[in-house]
Design a protein around this ligand. Structure first.
Ligand code: THU
Length: 162
């Protein structure tokens, strides 16, 4: 028996320390959460995807009275990007959130299903996706790959017989 450790890498920054392009993506993600449909949680999330061709795709969470039928902002944006530009790589996804009922102090943290979807697109495009997670205090957590957000991820080689 042997204990092993995994090293994850990410950067914590203040919004103003980011490049102008990254700040713009976060600004767009913030604007996108005003399109959220979140009557059940009051938690409004915006996600902005930057593609290799410079296109920007926005998503926001879309809830449903049958709760599991709703979808997170990240997957709305990623699936929209995948459907509209199936052969264009995703460079960056920026995510920001606010609540209608309390002050959000932490960076928004994508759920496991959204991380898994990011992992799928990374595998598909064989290129990392940068992830910018923003808080209303203008703290930003930057990961250079979903590998840093989802250790032991399930990937397609694990589906094949060796
Ligand atoms: N949500 C997102 O859209 N993205 C996240 O990263 C965290 C959670 C949504 C799902 C649901 O509509 C609401 O926030 C509360 O969980």
């Amino acid at each position: 028996m042997k204990e092993e450790k995994i090293e994850l890498s990410f950067v914590r920054a203040k919004l103003h320390e980011l490049s102008a392009a990254d700040q713009d993506l976060i600004k767009t993600a913030k604007q996108s959460f005003s399109n959220a449909y979140a009557p059940y949680s009051g938690f409004l999330v915006g996600a902005t995807v930057l593609l290799e061709n410079g296109e920007i795709i926005n998503g926001s969470n879309q809830e449903n009275v049958a709760y599991p039928s709703g979808l997170c902002a990240e997957r709305v944006a990623l699936f929209y990007a995948g459907a509209k530009y199936p052969n264009i790589s995703i460079k960056t996804i920026a995510v920001s959130a606010k609540s209608t009922t309390f002050k959000v102090n932490d960076v928004v943290s994508p759920c496991g299903a959204c991380r898994q979807v990011m992992a799928e697109y990374e595998q598909k495009q064989e290129e990392s996706i940068r992830i910018l997670l923003h808080s209303p205090n203008d703290d930003v957590l930057i990961a250079n790959s979903v590998e840093d957000l989802l250790p032991f991820m399930f990937t397609s080689p694990l589906l094949k017989k060796h």
